[in-house]
Design a binder for this molecule. Structure first.
Ligand SMILES: Cc1ncc(COP(=O)(O)O)c(C=O)c1O
Length: 389
């Protein structure tokens, strides 16, 4: 039996297969366009054209101006650039040094906030209710005259909840505070127009939308004051020095165009599959906990927990048992799944750690089939029922 063909991949929120058209573009630009975009000669100009056309197509797909798109090495760097860049510029220019982040941010934001706290910045972490959605009034309550930045993600990577970024962004704007949103998990799931959102800084990455790893962008609204993280040449309007990676950037552009043109169809497909998963699992495992408010969540992410007191299995064994049956799912966020720790998101939502660590995240992609989710649900049900005390 071909092992590869029997495997089922339901971890699209961690990584996605590179789209064949993206791979073809990257291949072509790796071998054919090798000039340095900063060079004046025709080889350089050719690379510069690809760079600027890619920037334009990304900007068009998300309703931004091309000059607002600053390429980075991915979502982590974009988040670091937003937080550290704003904090440093603000402290130097206005003396303000207070930041607000939500408790369910990705580690790329939370780790950065901790780093800034170690440098003397003050950080408020907004608490979250059991539904996994940040309440804008809780954010407003944290604002002080010293606040320079608010960072709340668009879509949570562990439970899929969509955050009220318009309300939070408007509150920030009224007070002249810079608002950053990590939209890594929103691109391709939610139609967005950067121009009409009250957002100053927006992070994105290619590898969640069938693009390559190691490339992303921070979209920076014109006039937003932030320092560069990487200093040197004057690439990316002096926001990020270093020779641009043309094949990755061209692949990223194709992935964004593709993902944003298919948002509605992709989410309809994900909704159907999500319903099958929930219905099957809830029917067979009556006490399963579905994490996060499903009314305010993308359908491509479904996180379920079992009560650790009622099931004689731990999170890691649950995950390994799924893998042994050929089903790739995650225990929570990709970055913590190497070691199965209770999820900081579920803990922030008030879950006891015995439930928080007995959690599976199914994440669905355009390639996912009905048959795959049926098989995955059956496997989960079987493992759970066998472990019931
Ligand atoms: C919400 C969120 N932000 C940031 C990142 C980090 O992005 P990257 O892997 O491109 O550094 C991830 C990746 O899992 C994510 O889900």
């Amino acid at each position: 039996m071909d092992h590869k063909r029997t495997r089922i991949y339901l971890d699209y929120a961690a990584a996605t297969p590179v789209h064949p058209e993206v791979a073809a573009i990257m291949q072509a630009y790796s071998s054919q366009v090798f000039g340095n975009p900063s060079s004046v000669h025709s080889f350089g100009r050719e690379a510069k054209t690809v760079l600027e056309e890619s920037r334009e197509s990304i900007a068009r797909s998300i309703g931004a101006d091309p000059g607002e798109v600053c390429f980075t090495s991915g979502g982590t760097e974009a988040d670091n650039h937003a937080l550290v860049g704003t904090a440093f510029a603000s402290r130097r220019k206005t003396g303000k040094s207070h930041l607000i982040v939500s408790s369910i941010e990705h580690h790329a934001v939370l780790g950065c906030a901790e780093y800034l706290a170690s440098l003397g910045f003050t950080v408020s972490v907004v608490p979250i209710g059991g539904n996994g959605v940040v309440d804008p009034t809780d954010v407003v309550r944290c604002i002080t005259p010293d606040t320079c930045l608010i960072s709340v993600m668009h879509v949570n990577n562990e439970i899929g909840t969509v955050q009220p970024i318009e309300a939070i962004g408007s509150a920030a704007r009224e007070r002249g505070i810079i608002f950053h949103t990590d939209a890594v998990q929103a691109i391709g799931k939610i139609r967005l127009s950067f121009r009409s959102l009250p957002v100053d800084l927006l992070s994105m990455t290619a590898h969640k939308i069938q693009g390559p790893k190691g490339i992303g962008a921070l979209v920076i609204r014109r006039g937003t004051d932030l320092d560069a993280l990487i200093h040197g040449g004057s690439q990316e309007r002096k926001q990020r020095a270093g020779t641009e990676n043309i094949p990755l950037i061209a692949g990223f552009a194709r992935a964004v165009t593709q993902a944003m043109s298919d948002v509605e169809a992709s989410m309809r497909h994900a909704s159907e599959l999500n319903e099958i998963l929930i219905r099957k699992i809830q029917t067979a495992v009556g006490d399963v906990i579905v994490n996060g408010d499903r009314e305010h969540a993308v359908p491509s992410i479904l996180s379920v927990s079992l009560d650790g007191g009622r099931y004689a299995i731990d999170g890691e064994t649950l995950l390994i048992n799924m893998d042994l049956r050929g089903i790739a799912v995650s225990s929570g966020s990709a970055c913590t799944s190497g070691s199965v720790q209770p999820s900081h998101v579920l803990q922030a939502m008030g879950r006891e750690s015995r439930n928080a660590s007995l959690t599976i995240r199914f994440s669905l992609g355009n390639q996912t089939t009905h048959e795959e989710v049926e098989t995955a649900a059956d496997a989960f049900i079987d493992i759970a029922l066998n472990a019931a005390r």
